[in-house]
Design a protein. Structure first.
Length: 231
């Protein structure tokens, strides 16, 4: 995809301790084929000695930045702080409990994000058993926002092409940096849940669509035990 080679992507990863999760996430990024990256680690007050030693090493590595985000956990606030440190053309918000599965995942997300009609882009998230955790978020007739096809086999649904959805999960969400800043970032009144849905709805008010691709597949681990934490 030569037309996207000049685009820089800032990957922003909020975390607190849980070194194993973060290390596995970062190692999995090496499976990707897109290389024009900066990785911004958003530390929400880690205290584990092993994590602190790891972060000290990461501070000296090219292409990495460690940003202190102390205080009570507020996903929206932490991501907004990270966005102010980012220099990429695109922001990619990524949970620390995510592992990359498809090498060209970023190329496929960027291809969607380059469309001027698209404001927000999401990825296909799978549970470790291979079933779907996230393929877009829609509102039920009762007004509840929920994941589409959650728990189903990917082969059982017709999801071979990128498509528009109402919202996507903040566990893996991409936006052009200028558009994210134009929207004012995530609404910090939603510290844990619904900040991703709110962002997508505000993008829609500007006339920007939210899209998801089946060609960016990532494993999402922690939600098996933690449950649905955003939206």
């Amino acid at each position: 995809m030569a037309r996207t080679v000049t685009s820089k992507v800032s990957i922003l990863i909020p975390f607190k301790d849980r070194l194993g999760l973060l290390r596995n996430c970062l190692r999995s990024l090496r499976r990707g084929t897109y290389r024009r990256l900066e990785i911004i680690l958003l530390d929400n007050g880690s205290t584990s000695p092993s994590m602190l030693r790891y972060l000290e090493r990461m501070r000296s590595r090219r292409g990495f930045e460690v940003v202190a985000c102390p205080g009570e956990f507020n996903f929206a606030r932490i991501c907004n702080v990270g966005a102010r440190h980012a220099s990429g053309d695109y922001l990619l918000f990524l949970n620390n409990d995510i592992e990359v599965q498809s090498p060209a995942w970023l190329e496929n997300m960027i291809e969607l994000a380059e469309n001027p009609q698209v404001g927000v882009v999401g990825a296909t998230l799978l549970y470790p058993d291979g079933t779907l955790q996230h393929a877009g978020i829609e509102q039920t007739v009762e007004g509840v926002w929920q994941h589409m096809h959650r728990g189903r086999e990917l082969a059982d649904i017709d999801f071979r092409q990128s498509r528009c959805v109402s919202a996507v999960s903040g566990a893996c969400l991409m936006m052009r940096r200028d558009r994210f800043l134009e929207l004012g970032g995530f609404d910090e009144r939603f510290p844990i849940t619904h900040n991703d849905v709110d962002l997508c709805l505000r993008a829609r008010q500007r006339g920007w669509l939210t899209a998801i691709t089946p060609h960016a597949q990532l494993m999402h681990f922690e939600s098996l035990t933690r449950g649905y934490s955003r939206a």
